[in-house]
Design a protein around this ligand. Structure first.
Ligand SMILES: Nc1ncnc2c1ncn2[C@@H]1O[C@H](COP(=O)(O)OP(=O)(O)OP(=O)(O)O)[C@@H](O)[C@H]1O
Ligand SMILES: [Mg+2]
Length: 221
């Protein structure tokens, strides 16, 4: 049997709670409300890998390349120096079938790790729910066939029990990491929960985390 390879997340304190990291060639959903750290956490994952000289790609559906690079510079990460390629898919691109383009790029350039931030807007081309669901299912399935390790972010409104916009993403993905603001007696605390991780004996607790400039998401008080 081939050795099972786990990919370190780069999130301080997380890997030891998930048997050493994410399974290679898996797709994990990072789900959470606004401002919970989805973008920073997913870039942190790529940063760790880029430092190990892996070919990584960050796809943004919400912010353009310039504003992402400028934002992360303020945060202490120079994406050009780190060799993290940023690709923006704006409304025009999202109106088209862009998945074949992405698959070609991944295959041609031998990209190993991909982030799509966020998956929530990728189905806007489709007018009805059934087609959007089918599209998202197809997109995630295609990523799973590509020998890449992937993080997809998904926005969920605060106080909602759902883990994704269309309600299919969490079932198709191999893992779900949930980021939340938790109300604690008038005080808010951030909490990270591994909601699912296939074939992994993962933590069952919600772990407090902080966001730290230059370091990203750091688990622990
Ligand atoms: N230097 C910093 N120190 C501490 N916390 C910070 C710092 N910079 C950003 N943050 C926190 O990170 C949050 C933004 O994180 P991020 O953009 O990853 O969230 P998100 O879940 O992707 O949000 P969005 O809904 O905009 O996509 C800010 O709202 C702030 O709380
Ligand atoms: Mg974001």
């Amino acid at each position: 049997m081939a050795e099972i390879k786990r990919i370190k997340t780069g999130i301080s304190g997380l890997d030891k709670l998930i048997e050493g990291g994410l399974l290679e060639n898996s797709v994990t959903l990072v789900s959470g409300g606004t401002g919970t750290g989805k973008t920073i956490l997913s870039m942190q994952f790529l940063k760790k890998l880029a430092e190990n000289k892996e070919k990584v790609l960050y796809i943004s559906t919400e912010e353009n390349e310039k504003s992402i690079k400028e934002g992360f510079k303020i945060f202490g990460w120079d994406l050009d120096k780190l060799k993290i390629e940023v690709m923006n898919l704006g409304p025009d691109e999202l109106e088209e079938e862009w998945e074949p383009l992405l698959s070609n790029k991944i295959d041609r350039e031998k990209v190993k790790r991909v982030v799509i931030d966020s998956i929530s807007l990728t189905g806007i081309y489709y007018r009805d729910e059934y087609s959007t669901r089918k599209y998202i299912y197809r997109l995630i399935s295609s990523l799973k066939e590509r020998n890449i390790t992937c993080l997809l972010t998904s926005e969920v409104p605060e106080n909602e029990k759902s883990l994704s916009k269309m309600g299919v993403e969490e079932f198709v993905c191999d893992g779900v990491i949930l980021l939340q603001f938790l109300g604690m007696g008038g005080k808010y605390e951030r909490g990270l929960t591994v909601r699912k991780m296939r074939w992994t004996n993962h933590t069952q607790e919600t772990h407090p985390y902080k966001m730290v400039k230059g370091r990203g998401v750091v688990l622990g008080k």
